[in-house]
Design a protein around this ligand. Structure first.
Ligand SMILES: Nc1ncnc2c1ncn2[C@@H]1O[C@H](COP(=O)(O)OP(=O)(O)OP(=O)(O)O)[C@@H](O)[C@H]1O
Ligand SMILES: [Mg+2]
Length: 323
């Protein structure tokens, strides 16, 4: 299957006045395919959003992006801004992490949707308005012809998220990045948004990157899962394999901290230690101070990625395949 996005050794670093640069994304390899969802999980600060921003060419000014991110084979790293502007929205779109700050409080939803649509398409105001209403309707927004006149403060969190997703889809991109789309929402609304994402992915053949710190949520609708730790993708593979035969001890830790519905009550496992500061990574494998399977080599050398069947993982002493 031809890939839509392909990352190879994508890196994001922040140079410092003194000392070495801080590497917040340390060589990410990923591929996304049409009509598939890739879940990107990891704890706070692991580099998920920065990976997304690097794809979009929207990292902070001081960041240095290197390696490769190709969109339909075209290199994005180093792409000039006017070229990037043609791809953003119409090719790759993003819904940013914080929906409350993503909508402009002084403009109506209509004004914001029309601006997005008319930036990329030469169509009349009337056609753009009809298109905007239709796109809200397809996001299950009731009475879209009325809601389109609302301001952000008149909308619930779930409604805002639907509107942001419809804005992101307004110019029919084939790659959609959703950064923590359900985090601020209650459980019922979370489920509705996930339903919506599944529909978008299958009807429009869009390739979705779903970013979340919650492996439980990601695994519900993702075809593939990539697990990030300290700026690196430490394991990835088909969702079923990640859930059933994950090899990296960090992935196993994430799995055992997901509550199971209907299972007898038990204390959920936690991963000992704290999320890392990328400016102070330990030697060797950065997960080693928290790892139950640590060996001498883990303290000395960061492992390369190993490929076994459809899975890829970076671990010196992986969990056994069965058991
Ligand atoms: N402008 C910046 N300058 C320096 N470091 C930054 C900057 N912005 C973010 N970082 C660092 O980059 C690292 C990765 O951040 P990122 O936002 O990608 O994490 P994340 O995985 O999305 O976390 P979360 O789940 O909290 O959203 C963090 O350690 C963060 O402190
Ligand atoms: Mg983030």
């Amino acid at each position: 299957m031809p890939e839509i996005l392909s990352l190879r050794q994508l890196r994001v670093a922040f140079p410092r006045a003194e000392g070495a640069a801080v590497n917040v994304v340390r060589g990410a390899d990923l591929e996304t395919n049409p009509g598939q969802t890739l879940g990107l999980v990891g704890e706070s600060g692991s580099g998920k959003s920065m990976t997304a921003l690097a794809i979009m060419g929207l990292t902070p000014f001081s960041a240095q992006v290197s390696g490769s991110a190709r969109y339909h084979g075209r290199e994005l790293v180093g792409l000039r801004e006017p070229e990037y502007e043609k791809i953003r929205g119409a090719g790759i779109s993003i819904v940013f992490q914080d929906p409350s700050t993503s909508l402009n409080p002084v403009l109506t939803i209509e004004q914001q949707l029309l601006e997005t649509i008319q930036t990329h398409r030469e169509i009349s105001q009337k056609d753009a308005r009809n298109l905007a209403i239709e796109s809200l309707r397809s996001m299950d927004i009731p009475s879209p012809e009325k809601r389109i006149n609302d301001y952000a403060h008149q909308l619930s969190g779930g409604m805002k998220q639907r509107i942001l997703i419809s804005m992101a889809l307004a110019c029919e991109p084939d790659c959609l990045i959703l950064d923590e789309p359900t985090t601020a929402l209650d459980v019922t609304v979370q489920a509705q948004i996930l339903d919506l994402v599944e529909r978008i992915q299958s009807f429009n053949q869009v390739s979705v990157i779903l970013i979340s710190h919650d492996l439980g949520i990601v695994s519900e609708i993702s075809d593939k899962v990539a697990v990030m730790y300290a700026g690196r993708i430490v394991e990835q593979g088909p969702t079923a394999d990640i859930l059933n035969v994950s090899r990296h001890p960090y992935t196993r830790g994430l799995l055992s901290s997901i509550p199971e519905l209907g299972a007898p009550k038990k204390t959920l496992a936690t991963i000992p230690g704290f999320p890392l500061n990328p400016a102070e990574l330990p030697s060797g494998c950065p997960f080693h101070p928290r790892c139950s399977r640590v060996q001498a080599i883990c303290r000395q050398q960061d492992p390369d990625i190993r490929h076994e069947q459809d899975q890829a993982f970076a671990c010196w002493n992986p969990e056994p395949q069965h058991g």
